[in-house]
Design a protein around this ligand. Sequence first.
Ligand SMILES: [Zn+2]
Length: 781
Amino acid sequence: MAAQRQKEGKKERKKTRRGLTEGNERKMFSGYGTRNPHELYYLQMQRVDEKMEREESGGNEGTRQRLKVCVATCNRADYSKLAPIMFGLKSQPDLFELEVVVLGSHLIDDYGNTYRMIEQDEFNISASLHTIVRGEDEAAMVESLGLALVKLPDVLLRLAPHVLIVHGDRFDSLAVATAAALMNVRILHVEGGEVSGTIDDSIRHAITKLAHYHAVCTHAAQMHLLAMCEDHDRILMAGCPSYDRLLNARHHDDHEDIIKAWLGDGVKESEYIVALQHPVTTDIKNSIKIYELMLDALITFKKKTLILFPNVDAGSKEMVRVMRKKGIEQHPCFRAVKHVPFTQFIQLVAHAGCMVGNSSCGVREAGAFGTPVVNLGTRQTGRETGENVLHVRDADTHNKIYHALELQFGKRYPCSKIYGDGNAVSRIMKFLQSIDLLEPVQKTFSFPPVREDSVSQDIDHILETQSALGIDLGGTNLRVGIVTMTGKIMRKYSQPNPKTYEERMELILSMCKQAMADAVPLNCRILGVGVSTGGRVNPQNGMVLDSTKLINEWSHIDLRSPVSQSLHLPVWVDNDGNCAALAERKFGHGKGVENFVTLITGTGIGGGIIHHGELIYGSTFCAAELGHIMVSLDGPECSCGSRGCVEAYASGLALQREAKRLHDEDLLVVEGMSLNNKEQVNASHLIQAARLGNTKAEGVLRTAAAAVGVAVVNILHTVNPSLVVLSGVLAQHYKNPVTHFISQRALSSAREVKVLTSDLDNPALLGAASMVLDYTTRRTY
Ligand SMILES: [Zn+2]
């Protein structure tokens, strides 16, 4: 049985490698533009040879052993990130063999003897190394690093892991990575590529250059690793492992007990502060001063405060001395503790009225709960933060800190997903399985960094396709689709658009949740949600300003917040006409065209104007309301309340109205056509009748096409595009009359315009998805 599983695992791995190799080839051609074709050919041949060699030598069934993974943990902070990975490894014993090495401040009494957490989590510790030289100054850190380097080789020789996992930017981790790299042990570095403000930066980047594989938390981090010439195929955008637990942790019912246990009776949610300040080793003097000011501010702020002792870095002894001098441990407002178990700590952070200090937990984890944070000094400078963080970079007076506390305390922010979506561990497990032990350990220096267009393609290490959910809210139907980077609709869902706001929102969310669940087996990673809706939209804040009569109860609607909060994804909103134009720009005739216009006919008529490659919105988001271009002074009534708009002549609804009128006068049905009593008369009957020679029906269509023609000529004379794309079910019928109309009625210099019908099946849906795909994959430099 186990052998069978191993075989399957092996097959799976092979498949993964093949996927990667294809990615490489693609990258070679699209990204390495500076290499000449001969060199490219040579590289490609080399890759093919290597691949064949690998497959030959790996050809003996059953030789693949379990992957021996060693996790090295140094303190409570890195353990909080590594523990979820360790649980993941332990849960798949037929694929992985887990070894745990404990060192650094885990084993020191003053820092809470945190190795006990690992024992409590029931991991077997393979080796414990006392590596901390006491003194808490710069020299002691270096000596500690040296001590770790002396002790590690023995352990690595004994355990002989295939892969060693280290986390972050601590000096202990640097020792671990150095030892492993020198001993040819493959290193997976978790949380590389981030930028903060201290010596941590240098250490983190040094570990990156020692590591063979990278599991990063954010898009920006990935970009930084590429800029550091790391191989794109060895970088996994996983998200932060601790977020896997965090995102499920908020709604535990035991938080009241936990708050009581750590802060005392009578302290309620949002009524206390969590303070955690570490020394900044490159600027110890100043960081101690900030610490003193923070304590002063907290004393005057007079809220219950849980304060954690600083970490083991140089300067921490001095900070503890300051704390004792101010009598914090005896002060009635404070609870000073050395260590809080991680699961309880996140509950405390999640429900705090505010968090203050300079710990990475403030800028990272707190964002997941929307807890307000006051970040002091430079320790986290450069880190990506959510809107919940208020920075006090020059924390030089106690007033500044006090004022920041006043601003932040008790607030609630929307949850931020910058650092992860809760699926990091499963991605890392797949990534580890894809590691080919027969590949050379030698790292490659991937220069130059890959170009913009190839980044989005070759991210699929784990065989996931970057995708978006597109939503198309039309006058009749509500559609949701899973759309990939190339514009392929992997799955589509359609329901009648409900008549009330509540029902509509409920249906949108349930359809999206269904699609997100279906995306997993389809290997699509959903990056966000794009919504196309009728009506005027402010795309900056995701509000539907006012809608047409075609969609009820749909004015002054905040469409973004409820969808984003419920699905935990970024949400883009725009109107259907603009979305149709965006779809043409990304997937259709508009690709690479600077100035073009899309006119889409459905139940109503909408459109979008692309000028210099971007949409025109106007001063109040009312530009490109092409359906309401007036083509006559009176004419039929329009849904907008006016008369004579092109929509009132040529939309699906207008044609239906005319078909009904003819039918009521018994003028619609002609020979060769059947229409039973129950069937609703619509535009298609009108078209059918016209084809069969019904002159009345022909006349209606001719008028409709003429109305579109007038509208298009007006558009040509307003924005002078080089292309007009007619989209929607009626586009075919309007194309020739419109072309003819232009040749007759447009100014001669405006006639040089191409008129095409769209090739896209669901333009609004695709355009909605394109907003997500364009923005979430945009390079930052
Ligand atoms: Zn109108």
